[in-house]
Structures are given as C-alpha cells and as structure tokens.
Ligand binder design. Structure first.
Ligand SMILES: [Zn+2]
Length: 355
C-alpha cells in the first residue's frame, strides 16, 4: 500500500514534535531524535510504501510499520490510491464528500469506502414536506444511490416558507413527483422513485420498506403514524430516523433495530388515560391538540440536516448513531442546545421485545 500524509503542519520543539491537523487541537508527539519529523517530511513528499520509507530513512522496516500504525491511530495518514473514485467527473461531483470522509479515513478504511456505502444505499423518505424537503436535498447531496419518496400532498402556497424544493410554477403539482424530478435534475446518477400513497397502518409500508437500508423522515396526519413506521421498520429490521417540531422544540430520534429501545417501548410507558395528573391530562388530550404547523425555513433545514446526518452515521458507520433509542431535542428557549432524552424501556415491548 502506498501511504500518504494528510494535510497537516508540524514543528519540532525540544524533544517534542507538535502536529496541527484539526484546528481544534495540537497533537504532541515525543520525538527526541527527530525521526518522526523525518518520517513526516518523507511522507509529505510523495506517497510511499513502508519498504521504500525504510530504505530512504535507513531504519528497519518494522520500525516504520510501527510508526505508521501510530500515525494511523491519530488519523494522520491514509491509503494514497483510495482517495478518489478514479472517475474525474464523479470525483468532482463528490469533492466535498470525499474531503469530509478524508478526515476520518484510516489505512484500512479509505475515504472512498464511506462514499461507496452511501452510493450503494437505498433510503425510504417518508414525507417530502417540512423537514422532508431539506432532507431529500441533504441525502441527494451525499449521493445516496437510491431514494424512494413517499407523500400524498400537492404543492400549496403555504409550503413556500419552509419547503425549498418547490417553486411557484409547481403549485398544484404532486409534491412527491416534483421532489423526484428535482433529484433527477440535481444528480441523474441517483435512482429515485415517487410513491403517491396514503399510509393507514404498518401494512401499507411493508412493500416500501422491504429491501431498503434505512427509513428517514416522518409521517404526519395521524397521531399514531410514528408507531406504524416504528412497527413496520422493526419487522423488517431496518433503522429509522425521524424528525419534527413541537411549538418550541426541534426534535429527532432514531431506532436501531435489535440494539436500541423503540418508539413503542416509549409509548407503552405513557401515563394512563384515567390518571389524575399532568401526564394523564396530556394523554387524554394528545390526539385532540390542533397545533397549526409552526415550522419555519431555518428550523425545517435544521431537521432535514440532523436527520440526514444521523442517517449517514447508520449507513457509513462513521460513528454510532447518537439518537438511537432517544429523543434529541433542540430547545428554542435554550439557544437550540441539544438535549438527549432516552426512550423509556419496556422489557416485553410488543414490537421489539425490549431491545
Ligand atoms: Zn420496543
């Protein structure tokens, strides 16, 4: 393997070598004899194998291999020949995606591997309205290979404050048809399917969920729609990432099937309808609360991007999903600081059996 040093700067200071890779911190390495500095200098000159580095630096190859492993554990080196896809047009299209994943690349996990996983993924997007409109754009930007979009609404003037996929000339058109058209125009290499369908229960989702890698978005309309999505996805063993907004909180959560608690687990722990308490009052009235959709553009973009980034965690394994089995709530009254609230767990959950 030809190894290359990622973009970084270094300076020797006494017995130490200071390395600047991520502006958030300076890495300090012990380097009393200057051999690490010499290795970095050589690695920055051109991509090289451990063997050629050992020859140039006149040190045993096993010492070089050991030093490269240490640099790899710090995320400072990568496989020189797996930095691009090898197709100039695709490399340009995914320039920023590849640069982003370059930060996290390791010798055994090149930047192109993260992108390959996204390009091979099939995501089912439920709802292309409020959060869904920006979610579709974020997923398309990442280059998700296959998208199935589900919605039942048409484009209306009231959508324009927050749904930036749509234009005035789209008024009256099927949202999902227009959203699919947007994706095709944006990136013809993405395979996209529009499904104009009412969802009335978990069974209506079965054929859509079979074979997908992830479900993202969220259905509105019925207060229990999120339970249908949870159930259908749990049956299929597919993760879900859902986002939305209450009056003063932007929120998202995910369910990692077989690993995290699910939405039903949390639902089973709700207060009893007859309970004389704030919780009981809330449950008695949950279905009756009519809140005019208060979502505005900046917050819709926030939801779409948070859901898309959590989806990226699931699809690439970049890091574990942060919202698995928990609500992440960003409070408008608290500067949009995220707070993580784990779902209540239910050992005998009828949907997941109590992951
Ligand atoms: Zn459960």
């Amino acid at each position: 393997m030809r190894i290359v040093l990622k973009e970084c700067l270094w300076e020797s200071m006494g017995d130490e070598l200071l390395v600047l890779f991520d502006p958030r911190e300076v890495i300090t390495l012990g380097d009393p004899d200057g051999r690490v500095a010499a290795l970095l200098t050589e690695l920055s000159r051109a991509p090289q194998t451990a063997k050629s580095l050992a020859r140039t630096l006149s040190v045993p190859e096993e010492d070089v291999t050991e030093a490269l492993a240490a640099l790899d554990s710090l995320g400072l080196v990568e496989d020189a020949d797996s930095r691009t896809l090898g197709d100039p047009a695709m490399d340009a299209r995914h320039f920023s995606n590849l640069a982003f994943f370059g930060t996290f690349a390791r010798l055994d996990r090149p930047r192109t591997e993260y992108l390959r996983r996204l390009r091979e993924a099939h995501v089912l997007v439920l709802g292309v309205g409020g959060g869904g409109s920006s979610l579709v754009q974020s997923l398309a930007g990442l280059g998700i290979g296959t998208l199935t979009l589900v919605d039942r609404d048409d484009v209306e003037p009231r959508n324009f404050a927050r749904q930036f996929l749509y234009r005035h000339s789209d008024l009256g058109r099927s949202k999902v048809e227009r959203a699919a058209e947007w994706v095709r125009e944006y990136d013809p290499t993405i395979s996209v399917r529009a499904v104009d369908r009412w969802i009335n229960g978990p069974d209506d989702l079965k054929d859509l969920i079979d074979g997908v890698d992830l479900v993202a978005g969220g259905l509105d309309g019925d207060p229990e729609a999120h339970l249908w999505v949870n159930e259908a996805a749990a049956r299929a063993g597919v993760p879900i990432v859902v986002g939305g907004m209450t009056r003063t909180q932007v929120m998202y959560y995910s369910v990692d099937p077989g690993k995290s608690a699910c939405v039903q687990c949390d639902w089973e722990n709700r207060a009893d309808l007859g309970e004389e308490s704030a919780g009981g009052f809330f449950e008695r009235n949950r279905a009756g609360i009519t809140v005019t959709n208060t979502l505005i553009g900046p917050l819709a973009m926030q939801i779409g991007s948070l859901v898309a980034y959590e989806a990226l965690r699931y699809l690439t394994g970049l890091e574990p999903p942060v919202a698995a089995g928990a609500y992440i709530k960003l409070d408008l009254r608290d500067g949009l600081q995220p707070e993580r609230q784990p779902f209540a767990t239910t050992p005998d959950c009828p949907v997941c059996g109590g992951s």
